[in-house]
Design a protein around this ligand. Structure first.
Ligand code: MRU
Length: 378
């Protein structure tokens, strides 16, 4: 399985100049990714596409210092819950690669790097999950020298990376089966290839469903204030020729009321034990609208997004970001100087609005406390 996957990955992401076609799932229809891997390891460096520049410029950051990796996560050059987990894993591999310390000094450096990476963004549990996994691998190799530790950590980061793509593909196929043929689907934010190691969670479901004739059109919320929908989701879908219509966030209710949307599919940054779902700000409003209009509201996320230690959405930390994301656009001020601003980056959709949660192992439905635990333990 691992070997087959590695071979796939070679072909899957072979650059944008002359992008190679990739067979996806069971269908002969090709999935042609818009970009090289969201994040990858190349010649002792972490390479990632700078998502702040998309869709106008396709630029890659080559980072040789774990502090720069942390800054890239904090400043959202890379974003999306699984993608930041994978990036942090590579960042920790890099921290040991770049170090000259041995023994206790290496342990201290590794811990400092882990803490720095963990301090970048608070809501996506995938970040902490990936760091914990790297910590466990580091501890397991404590008796070996730095070169062996560096090799082991890189292998672990690559495994996290590969497993994430495999999880997205599996949940894509499972989630696609939930949609009726020809569905018109609304999505919010970007839960696509760019938000993961590849293929996407919500966009993975949409990709597989489109391949199977189950999606005829995707309505893309622009997703204020950072515009992940307008910039990233629209770009991914447009590149692949999946019919997509961009709307501003406040148009969703109108389209639902007119019968132009059949289902909603979104990703998640953290799912609490009771099925409450944290996702990009605005998701909650979409879920309430979906319920009002009798539309299914599906969440797609890997098991690494489950936080079963967190009883409910109330305990999920919600990141507040800089006021400039709201007051400015493209570096230009839109709002009056001195105006008070709130900028919560995520909201919580209570489980009662969630029709189903799709992960790589299956589909959970209410009551979520038992269905999520069963999938997590599977
Ligand atoms: O602030 P962002 O862009 O990192 O937020 C991303 C989201 O909210 C995504 O929907 C979520 O991480 C799922 S990504 C597969």
């Amino acid at each position: 399985m691992q070997g087959r996957f590695n071979d796939e990955r070679e072909t899957y992401f072979n650059g944008t100049s002359g992008v190679k076609r990739k067979e996806c799932g069971s269908s002969p229809l090709p999935y042609t990714p818009a970009v090289e891997p969201t994040v990858t390891w190349r010649d002792g460096r972490v390479v990632l596409i700078d998502q702040r520049k998309l869709p106008l410029h396709e630029e890659y950051l080559t980072l040789g210092d774990h502090r720069a990796v942390a800054a890239a996560i904090r400043d959202m050059a890379v974003r999306g819950a699984p993608a930041i987990g994978v990036t942090a894993a590579y960042g920790l591999a890099l921290a040991v690669h770049e170090s000259r310390a041995e023994g206790a000094a290496l342990v201290a450096e590794f811990e400092a790097a882990a803490e720095l990476l963990a301090s970048t963004r608070p809501t996506a549990i995938n970040l902490f999950w990936a760091i914990e996994r790297m910590r466990a691998r580091f501890r397991a190799g404590a008796s070996t020298d730095r070169a062996a530790q560096a090799a082991a950590l890189l292998a672990e980061a690559k495994a996290i990376d590969a497993e994430d793509v495999a999880a997205c593909r599996a949940m894509g196929d499972l989630g696609a089966a939930l949609l009726p043929p020809g569905a018109r689907v609304l999505t919010h934010c970007n839960a696509g290839a760019l938000a993961t190691a590849g293929y996407g969670t919500a966009l993975g479901v949409i990709r597989s469903a489109h391949r199977d004739g189950r999606v005829s059109r995707v309505f893309v919320d622009e997703t204020r204030p950072f515009l992940q929908g307008a910039r990233l989701t629209a770009w991914e879908l447009h590149h692949e020729g999946i019919p997509a219509t961009l709307i501003t966030d406040n148009m969703a209710g109108h389209l639902m009321a007119r019968g132009e949307i059949d289902a909603v599919v979104v990703g998640s940054d953290r799912i609490a034990r009771n099925g409450d779902v944290a996702n990009k700000i605005g998701t909650y409003s979409v879920a309430v609208l979906a319920k009002e209009h009798g539309l299914p509201f599906y969440v797609a996320a890997p098991v690494s997004t489950f936080d079963l230690a967190c009883p409910s959405g109330e305990e999920i930390p919600i990141e507040e970001r800089a006021a400039e994301e709201v007051t400015h656009h493209g570096g230009r001020r839109l709002a009056p100087e001195g105006i008070a601003v709130r900028n919560p980056a995520f909201d919580v959709t209570p489980a009662r609005y969630v029709s189903a949660i799709v992960c790589e192992r299956g589909v959970a439905r209410a009551p979520y406390e038992s269905s999520l635990a069963a999938l997590a333990g599977a």
